[in-house]
Design a protein around this ligand. Structure first.
Ligand code: NAD
Ligand code: IPM
Ligand code: MN
Length: 351
């Protein structure tokens, strides 16, 4: 029997609730399909910071390295620890240290879900650059607190970084509809985004079967809302991808549905799977969190681990539970708890 060793990082707020729920569903899939999932839990979080002065231990990255994958809930609780400390102490270093340069985020309406738009047939795979760009961390502040204060946040786009995310996105487009939307703001940002457009053109030469359309981020944000079904694979920089994927989440029925895979396609390091949403302090600990985003992220993890049948069965189980509508958390208009939704999906997998 194959055994997969997974590092569990529940993190903060509803991260804890949805990882517990998602993990129970993944265990059901493992039982049904005959493989092992061994989880080790790392309680790294804002509470960990308050106790130990760090979001994770100094050797945290090395401790994660041997695992087949990382399953993460959410990081951040601004009332306890500033986001600039918590995210830069845990989530972002994991993405960066393991060079998880692809953040793949699927957005589609599950059968029976009524999103806020008329978006039948909408099925977007957003490929977000995940290690550089606007999240480079380069910059600083001078004359702090004075009227002359200046804050600089430098975006860094490297040829290697831009080319590899575009190649990944073109390859995904080739596997899907053959259509790729490349997102920039090259009308205003004349260095980085013009460079992105140039690299897009160069990579496109290797994918003559893929039709690439360039959009400015403001225009494609509008298109997400007015005509989401016209888009298929969308590739964007770190920040633009972050924003567009919350729009994608909203169209698919809310943040409670949106899943993500942080991947290093070269392998040799653990990739990380997490919902798009955050720690939702407003509902943390109430049992109101929708676990579907975490369950779906778990299915992406199973797929990545090569458990493709189990991954497909998990998504199908989720779809059947959602379509029946009976077991739904408050964000979907129901009264079911996080755990009850997970139990319903797990029972569906067990058959
Ligand atoms: P959020 O995603 O946590 O919450 C936004 C809104 O969506 C809230 O009203 C929340 O209740 C709702 N929501 C989110 N997920 C839900 C779910 N599964 N079920 C039902 N409702 C859900 O965004 P925020 O409030 O801006 O951020 C809170 C904290 O999380 C901050 O510290 C932020 O930096 C952090 N954050 C972390 C991640 C991550 O770890 N990947 C992602 C986003 C935000
Ligand atoms: C996400 C989150 C993170 C991001 C934050 C919490 C740093 O919003 O995963 O979408 O911007 O990448
Ligand atoms: Mn985000």
């Amino acid at each position: 029997m194959t055994d997969h060793r997974i590092a569990l990082i529940p993190g903060d707020g509803i991260g804890v609730d949805v990882v517990e729920a998602g993990w129970s569903v993944l265990q059901a899939a493992a039982r049904r399909f005959g493989f092992g999932l061994q989880g080790d839990t790392f309680p790294w979080s804002c509470d960990h910071y308050l106790r130990h002065g760090a979001m994770m231990p100094a050797d945290g990255i090395d401790r994660l390295r041997p695992y087949a994958a990382i399953y993460l809930g959410a990081v951040g609780w601004p009332a306890k620890v500033p986001d600039s400390v918590s995210l830069h102490g845990l989530l972002l270093p994991i993405r960066k240290s393991f060079d998880l340069y692809v953040n793949a985020r699927p957005h589609r309406l599950l059968p029976g879900v009524q999103g806020p738009l008329r978006a039948e047939g909408f099925d977007i795979l957003c490929i977000r650059e995940n290690t550089e760009g606007e999240y480079s961390g380069a910059g600083g502040r001078v004359h702090v607190g004075t009227p002359d204060e200046v804050a600089v946040e430098t975006s860094v786009f490297t040829r290697r970084g831009v080319e590899r995310i575009l190649r990944y996105a073109f390859a995904q487009a080739r596997r899907r509809s053959g259509r790729l939307a490349s997102v920039t703001k090259s009308n205003a940002q004349k260095h980085s985004m013009v460079f992105w457009d140039e690299v897009t053109e160069a990579v496109a030469a290797d994918f003559p079967d893929v039709a690439v359309t360039r959009y400015h981020v403001d225009a494609i944000a509008a298109r997400f809302v007015t005509d989401p079904a016209s888009l298929d694979v969308v590739v964007a920089s770190n920040l633009f991808g972050d924003i567009l994927t919350d729009i994608g989440a909203a169209i698919q029925g809310g943040l409670g549905f949106a899943a993500s895979a942080n991947l290093n396609p070269a392998g040799g390091v653990p990739s990380m799977f997490e919902p798009v949403h955050g720690s939702a302090p407003d509902i943390a600990g109430t049992g109101r969190a929708n676990p579907l985003a975490a369950i779906w992220s778990g299915a992406l993890m199973l797929d990545h681990l090569g458990e493709t049948e189990a991954a497909a069965a998990t998504v199908a189980a989720m779809e059947r539970v959602v379509a029946r509508g009976a077991v739904a958390t408050p964000d979907r208009g129901g009264t079911a708890t996080t755990a009850a939704v997970a139990e319903a999906v797990a029972a569906e997998i067990a058959g």
